[in-house]
Ligand binder design. Structure first.
Ligand SMILES: C[S@@+](CC[C@H](N)C(=O)[O-])C[C@H]1O[C@@H](n2cnc3c(N)ncnc32)[C@H](O)[C@@H]1O
Length: 368
């Protein structure tokens, strides 16, 4: 497995997509926990790098600091402290990291009141052992921006699974799985290569998710979602993990903002653009969103999904956002195939999970 030094050159477009998603998720995550009065929250970046790329574009640690700064008034108001631990294995990089982060904090003194920062320069395995008690005891946001795939294995995944208030974002060089699948080092990781190789190459990151989901205990509440990042050098991707639906929906919204066509890749992974083109010789193919909407319609009309509660979780489980489902339910009502009280099918996180206003959908004409 080769590794390369990211910071002696500018970040590429794929890396910027990854960093944008890290940043947007941090922005969504901090305020949720900031307002838990008088609390402590934990962010750990195990593979922090040097802070900036060659052109001064911020990497993950500076982006995290920027978001903490954005919410510093709120954190102060609720007396919430962010414990930020940054690990970078290579000593020279770690020294640069300490320097640039200290400069950032100097420039924004309010950070001193809301932030406790700690730097380490440890190998990941040792760093994970050190940080695990805090991950377990505090609401935690964990970044695992490795080179390669090595640390996405069942040991770490299950350790994260067993902590109930952790959200994590792994970065994986997924195409390494195909390139190096015959090496003994890879065989040790326990990936089922049949699953990896059975689908077209562009789906390799989604296949990886099928494999790692099978590593989790059957009783798990942890949900895993992929975001595939194609670069000229291969297929990479993010694995997002969280147990709470509020976290899941935040991540899915970020994915669907990033790519309004498929919500799960930085390219047209489902060939949706071609599906929109007329072809007299083939039946029209459904886009990813249309396919989901057709399936949801079938589930409702067959009586399997008959409430806002079940429609909401059906939608999240398939990696879609409630707005994709809402239009289906509204159209079914307009067509007098289902009915529900009021104008809205109430398929939102606020109604279903927070206010717990559960609404039934009544089937008027089953199985149409
Ligand atoms: C993909 S880069 C991280 C980039 C960083 N998140 C950023 O946004 O700039 C991976 C980093 O992990 C470090 N690294 C490599 N092997 C490691 C190990 N065994 N444990 C911890 N860090 C390691 C590398 O030096 C490199 O800086």
């Amino acid at each position: 497995m080769g590794t390369k030094d990211l910071h002696i050159k500018p970040f590429d477009l794929g890396t910027l997509t990854k960093l944008e998603i890290f940043e947007k998720y941090t922005q969504a995550w901090i305020p949720v926990f900031a307002i838990a009065k008088g609390g402590n929250i934990f962010i750990v970046d195990f593979f922090a790098g040097t802070g900036y790329d060659l052109n001064g574009v911020p990497g993950s640690p500076i982006r995290i600091l920027t978001k903490i700064l954005e919410f510093s008034e709120l954190l102060l108001k609720y007396r919430t402290k962010v414990h930020l631990h940054l690990n970078e294995y290579k000593k020279n990089k770690s020294n640069t990291l300490i320097k640039v982060c200290s400069e950032f904090i100097e420039k924004h003194p309010i950070l001193r009141q809301v932030l406790e920062i700690e730097y380490t320069s440890l190998d990941f395995e040792e760093s994970f052992r050190k940080e695990y008690p805090l991950i377990k005891s505090l609401p935690a946001l964990v970044f695992l921006d490795q080179n390669g795939v090595k640390f996405l294995n069942s040991t770490y995944l299950n350790a994260l699974e067993s902590t109930k208030t952790t959200d994590f974002l792994y970065f994986v060089s997924t195409s390494f799985l195909k390139r190096f699948c015959e090496t003994p080092e890879f065989k040790k990781l326990g990936y089922d290569l049949e699953v990896i190789l059975k689908n077209p190459y562009r789906f390799i990151h989604q296949s990886l998710l099928d494999i790692i989901r099978a590593w989790l205990p059957t009783s798990t509440n942890l949900k895993l979602y992929p975001f595939t990042i194609k670069k000229p050098s291969g297929i990479y991707g993010l694995v997002f993990g969280a147990s709470h639906p509020a976290a899941v929906i935040k991540f899915l919204k970020i994915g669907w903002e990033q790519n309004t066509m498929n919500g799960s890749a930085n390219f047209d992974i489902e060939d949706d653009l071609k599906k929109g083109q007329m072809n007299f010789f083939e039946p029209t193919k459904l886009t990813k969103i249309e396919h989901f909407q057709e399936e949801l319609k079938r589930e409702v009309l067959s009586g399997k999904v008959l409430s806002n509660h079940s429609a909401f979780f059906y939608t999240l489980d398939r990696g879609h956002i409630p707005s994709h489902a809402k239009v289906v339910l509204e159209n079914l009502k307009k067509a007098k195939l289902i009915d529900y009280s009021g104008n809205s099918p109430l398929i939102t996180y606020e109604k279903v999970c927070k206010e717990k206003i559960w609404k039934e959908y009544i089937l008027l004409k089953p199985n149409k």
